[in-house]
Design a protein around this ligand. Structure first.
Ligand code: SF4
Ligand code: SF4
Length: 425
């Protein structure tokens, strides 16, 4: 990425040396993992471009939006409704948390045995390397797992614009009421931030934009179920990752364009991999940019990933929001109903997630499931045992992986994954 953006990064308060180092690692990882793949769809060129400009052009767009009075809201979780931000003329961006940074400094704020995702959020703040975080007028944290809930108390001491959203832990009537209440509170906070009153029309329009984005991702997901395979799991994951910070309308158009190309591949039987390539479903913790370690190991071990049961994947985007409400209240109800279906492992009990994993394994013709748990993530690593048991009963092989963002365990993981995949050849 060129230094033409240097003054912008400086004005945002980034630590330029540390930021350069981060971009260097990101660029090399991207070249080695993504650009090294063969027979990628031409449509991935758009996503390559977005990634090459992830801290450049996209940030400039956000800075320009701010200059025109638009507010930027950063979020760490798929429970934060983009519809509400858009309806108040604000932009919602996901905050990555997919790489380790200044771990020594982070461990002054967090215990060592905190998951890599939470540590990463602190590392990006303490290391002053995330232009999205520094561009945001409001950063939304949410009370999902205990780790995040307590970490936001400390993160709040490092920034003056943190807004904490409470979330239910049970799918009960009371749980839904809490979520609805919290979305009303969030709506008011966003209106105060932007000075824009959300109307029925603006909310309905925002729901349409986000539904269109999710529908495009559904189309891509469906194409990934084809046999032979027409797109790699790494590329499918990247599209999902980019959905968190790209302009939604432009993103939707680019995904459809690529899907047209994939349709053509199916029509002409131009698979990128031979039939009978082992097909893997990933399930578990979200994989934020640039966390590509596990997919890269799987896809360089002779298998292909056909879907992600993950917040950066189908758990995050699977349901659309009803847009038929005649009042703001009804639309807010529809938003609450849509998000209340997200089956994050923070919920108890969470049978819906087990059912969903089985359903995905069937729909995507997966030979096996690899459950991805981040070390020290209690909700997902505990639920992994239930997932494995449920899949075993259906004769679907499952491999439980626990790892972090470090590269020390790559060799060991590769050995286990290759042995798991071998049974499908
Ligand atoms: S896994 Fe749970 S806490 Fe994490 S982004 Fe998804 S919904 Fe939010
Ligand atoms: S990965 Fe697990 S521990 Fe970490 S933030 Fe998500 S739910 Fe919490």
């Amino acid at each position: 990425m060129s230094s033409e953006y240097e003054s912008m990064w400086k004005e945002l308060g980034l630590n330029l040396d540390a930021h350069d180092a981060l971009l260097g690692v990101l660029g090399k990882g991207y070249t080695d993992i993504y650009l090294a793949q063969k027979e990628r769809p031409e449509g991935m060129g758009y996503f390559d471009f977005v990634m090459s400009e992830v801290h450049g052009l996209r940030i400039k767009e956000l800075v320009d939006e701010k200059a025109q009075g638009r507010k930027i809201i950063g979020s760490y979780c798929v429970f934060v409704p983009e519809e509400i931000a858009l309806a108040a003329n604000a932009t919602l961006v996901g905050l990555c948390s997919g790489a380790d940074f200044v771990v020594d400094q982070v461990e002054k704020y967090l215990p060592r045995n905190t998951c890599a995702l939470i540590k990463s959020a602190f590392g990006f703040k303490l290391g002053q390397v995330c232009p999205y975080l520094e561009t945001a007028d409001m950063v939304v944290g949410e009370n999902t797992c205990d780790g995040k809930k307590k970490a936001y108390e400390s993160l709040g001491t490092l920034m003056d614009n943190l807004y904490v959203m409470d979330l239910p832990q049970m799918k009960s009537v009371q749980g839904r009421d809490l979520l609805r209440h919290e979305y009303d509170r969030f709506k008011t906070a966003v209106e105060e931030l932007t000075g824009v009153a959300i109307t029925h029309d603006s909310l309905k329009q925002a729901i349409g934009i986000v539904n269109a984005k999710r529908s495009a991702l559904h189309r891509l997901a469906k194409l990934r179920s084809s046999d032979p395979v027409v797109i790699s799991g790494l590329d499918g994951l990247l599209a999902n990752q980019v959905s968190f910070y790209d302009n939604p309308a432009r993103f939707t158009e680019s995904v459809h364009k690529m899907c047209d190309e994939l349709d053509e591949r199916i029509l002409t039987n131009q698979g990128i991999l031979p039939e009978k390539t082992p097909r893997i479903l990933i399930s578990g913790c979200p994989m934020a940019v640039p966390n590509w370690k596990l997919p890269w190991i799987i896809e360089t071990s002779g298998a292909v990933i056909v879907g992600e049961e993950s917040c950066v994947g189908e758990r995050g985007n699977r349901n659309l929001t009803r847009d038929t409400g005649a009042t703001i209240d009804e639309l807010m109800d529809a938003i609450t109903d849509r998000y209340f279906q997200v089956d994050c492992a923070i919920f108890t009990p969470n049978q819906d997630r087990l059912d969903h994993i089985e359903e995905m394994a069937k729909d995507y013709q997966a030979d096996g499931v690899i459950h991805y748990g981040l070390q020290f993530c209690q909700p997902y690593t505990m639920e992994a045992i239930g997932v494995e048991n449920a899949l075993e009963k259906k004769d679907i092989p499952c491999l439980r992986i626990e790892t972090d963002y470090g590269m020390e365990d790559v060799g060991q993981l590769k050995t286990r994954i290759e042995a798991f995949i071998e049974q499908f050849k």
